[in-house]
Design a binder for this molecule. Sequence first.
Ligand code: IPE
Ligand code: IPE
Ligand code: MG
Length: 239
Amino acid sequence: MKNNNVDFSRLPAHIAITMDGNGRWAKRRFLARQAGHAAGAQNLRKISEQMNTDGFKILTVYAFSTENWKRSDDEVAYLMNLMRDYINQYIEDSKKNNIRINVIGDKSRLDTDLRESIEYLKRLTLNNNGMTLNLAINYGGRDEITRAAKHAATLAATGAINPESIDEKLISSYLDTAEFPDPDLHIRTGGDIRISNFMLWQFAYSELFYIKKFWPDFSYNDLLEIVADFQKRDRRFGS
Ligand code: IPE
Ligand code: IPE
Ligand code: MG
């Protein structure tokens, strides 16, 4: 897609998005929250494909947080089914699509069939050379850091690592995002200015963009405008 404000030769390596506002989007249309989630999933599909076409490399999206289990049983079940459909659709389309799909978060609490579909899709798309789409499912930043700490403690207790060797690089390597650079920018739709337990460790130097539009209304061009804005920012990293 054409957007003259964006320099496509130096796109950010990694974009993270909190896809918020589905419920309010639906309410405004006198629809059930579920309809908002369905529209949101469709929008993710559209935007991720356009990003892939234009050469973006890594997109991480917050789909379900460790706190979202607190919602009604109906809503949680609906969201789980939506993710199931989303994954299964990708399995069907994987041949005509060069996006690599990866999932971050604690999968142990997910239903077995969903977990298996995720593992299958990850393997199926592992060698795809387009964009990597990281779906954050049952993801919490604190949970991820806690799991990494537990991993380090276990290795130290068995003597596999020396406690003195634990540094930021080692902890990063135990996170679900070990193979990816930290996000260059975090976009949150829906108007709330908070992190809600998303990538607490990885956002240390991310540029933040909090915008009012609800996720189902967020367009690819909105994303490009944010990228253009990002490209004008002066990142100093403390120097
Ligand atoms: C984001 O939309 C989707 C998930 C958290 C799964 P919400 O469902 O949080 O929508 P709002 O914020 O209530 O409008
Ligand atoms: C963040 O949105 C999580 C996802 C979008 C998956 P929430 O709607 O759960 O966050 P809060 O409750 O407004 O902080
Ligand atoms: Mg919300």
